[in-house]
Design a protein. Sequence first.
Length: 47
Amino acid sequence: MIRKTIPLVAALGLLTLGACNTVNGAGKDIRSAGSAISDASGQSHKK
């Protein structure tokens, strides 16, 4: 039982870390797109 559980937990941990990077990158992309839209409209924005 333990032999099956350890690789499963390790794989789940790696997937979780990968998902964090993906969400973080998407957040940065959305923020930069919002900044570009604000700049184009002439409104100021905070970073």
